[in-house]
Design a protein around this ligand. Sequence first.
Ligand code: CDP
Length: 216
Amino acid sequence: MTGRPFVVAIDGPAASGKGTLARRLADHLGCPHLDTGLLYRAVARTMLDQGLELTDARAAAAAAASLSPDDLDPSRLRGGDMGEAASVVSVLEPVRDALLAFQRRFAAQPGGAVLDGRDIGTVVCPDAAVKLYVTASPEERARRRFREVAAAGERTSYEAVLDDIRRRDERDAGRAAAPMRAAPDARHLDTTELDAEAAFSAARDLVDAARARRPG
Ligand code: CDP
């Protein structure tokens, strides 16, 4: 292998399909995957477990700085309310700063890596070999997320999920610190009309083309 590790940066709004895509691309490339949303969810979880206000920047930054792999167990972090709580703590710049070094170390592994989140192509890995910005209509994302949470036994409605998605999109895109947005050199992938297989196939072609262009 020559030069820099091959990094794939995947960003996009809630339930756009970026997580599934990121996992499958990491399998395809034989490299590790980091779902960076779990880091923000874990900070929120720690705050709530300790009875702290999610807006307490100092405590949240301390929680972010002391996260351990045990805190990243998805089963405690996946609920819809945790997505909302993660979005609230992720507005805080000290929290983002505290999580940056970990994400960059992950991306620097010699065998390359796939990271997904909101600011991977813009802030965490601006030099990534491939950047994807994955979207879908809010209604389609709400349908997917509703199916997912209902299957997991959570009691909610499609309307409540759509509201949550809209509120989160607005907060994530509107914040001052590392807002959710596509990097200028990101490829856009709208999955509204694509199933997981078709989305993967389109993304895999982009990744394979980028690998083929690499020197050496
Ligand atoms: O799975 P879903 O797309 O619903 O959410 P997630 O990726 O787990 O992220 C949860 C929340 O964490 C997002 O709504 C963002 O506010 C925040 N987040 C972020 O700010 N930056 C990232 N790189 C990843 C997540």
